[in-house]
Ligand binder design. Structure first.
Ligand code: HEM
Length: 329
């Protein structure tokens, strides 16, 4: 299980690298990445007030989008972010996630019956990740299949350097789809058998259900699928003996390689001053490979660290453990 060390040359020679193509500072050493993840002078509100000035929708559409993205944990800071975390963290508490372990093992074992090693991502990693999220959120497979592309459209608007009117229209339409399913979910009766789905039974304030659905699908589906696919590709190429600990899979196959931040107040790192307004990319995949003085790997930061660390790390570990066990490499 080795994966690719894409940023090794920067880490060795230029650990605070000015990356012209992305107009950002690329930070690659473990120490610098963990320090900056904890530093309040770096903020996650990388969307800024862009939503307020978007073309392609009415003022009401813009207000709806602004309210929606304003409830998005990974795009907020300060008191708003703390409030959102206080709402979400209990939903993903270990006591809520633990009862799902046998369910996820059964899902993984069932999906493993259809796996084709030459098409691992399509026959195992993606369908298994979809089943995990649909099950724990209490969605039907059909609802999940509608939510996944809607989530993609809402993420595209956030990710676009210059959002077009088309991006905006797509996002407003997607919001309608997500809102409809969110309303149904909030009213759904709990199942008569099995663990209680995480968003059932008024687990969240009604206005948070739709944004949380999108964040959890956007933040959960792709990383689970990519981590499993990357691990399978690599382990079949290198044929390791026996099962690999889940945290080693995560260390070497972090699905989010770069975490974006904005400098709010000058910060000094690696002998350089990063000015307010600079964009920063924290290369967690590189940090995970920065061996200590004794040549030992560091504690990985694949779930991030500090106030934005992944609130679903327990669920992700449970799902990855079930997935890797079912495939049996
Ligand atoms: C292998 C699986 C996963 C990995 C490696 C992963 C990794 C991460 C990382 C690195 C962050 C921090 C982002 C930042 O600091 O900018 C994060 C945040 C987040 N993750 Fe995960 N994640 C995984 C699975 C999931 C799942 C399954 C869910 C939902 C069920 C989820 C929900 C979230 C949410 C909502 C945030 C935002 C937290 C905040 O900004 O306060 N993640 N995740």
């Amino acid at each position: 299980v080795t994966g690719a060390d894409r940023f090794g040359r920067y880490r060795e020679g230029d650990p605070v690298h000015r990356h012209a193509a992305s107009d950002a500072w690329l930070i690659t050493r473990h120490r610098d990445v963990t320090d900056l993840l904890a530093d309040p002078r770096l903020v996650s509100a990388t969307l800024g007030d862009r939503v307020a000035t978007l073309a392609g929708t009415t003022p009401a559409g813009r207000a709806e989008l602004a309210a929606f993205y304003g409830c998005w944990l990974s795009l907020t800071d300060g008191p708003v972010h703390r409030q959102l975390r206080r709402a979400l963290v209990p939903v993903l508490a270990p006591s809520k996630v633990a009862p799902w372990a046998p369910v996820l093992h059964a899902l993984a074992a069932d999906q493993a019956r259809s796996v084709r090693p030459d098409r691992f991502a399509d026959t195992f990693a993606r369908p298994y990740a979809a089943r995990v999220l649909a099950a724990v959120l209490g969605l039907t497979a059909a609802e999940f299949a509608v939510l996944l592309p809607a989530t993609g459209r809402l993420l595209r608007l956030v990710g676009a350097a210059t959002p077009t009117a088309g991006h905006v229209r797509e996002a407003v339409d997607a919001l309608g789809v997500v809102g409809g399913i969110g309303d149904r979910l909030a009213d759904r009766a709990p199942p008569t058998d099995g663990p209680v789905p995480l968003l059932h039974g008024g687990a969240l304030r009604p206005e948070l259900v739709a944004p949380v659905l999108v964040q959890v699908i956007g933040g959960g589906y792709d990383p689970l699928a990519r981590c499993l696919a990357s691990w399978a590709r690599d382990s079949s190429a290198h044929a390791p003996a026996g099962p690999v600990p889940v945290d080693e899979v995560l260390r070497l196959h972090p699905p989010f390689e770069l975490l974006p931040r904005l400098v709010a107040d000058t910060v000094r790192v690696g002998g350089r001053d990063l000015a307010p307004g600079s964009r920063v990319l924290l290369a967690i995949g590189s940090a995970n490979r920065d061996l200590d003085a004794a040549g030992r790997p560091p504690a990985h930061v694949s779930f991030g660290a500090g106030r934005h660390r992944c609130p679903a790390a327990g669920l992700a570990r449970t799902a990855l453990a079930a997935g890797t066990a079912a495939i049996g490499r």
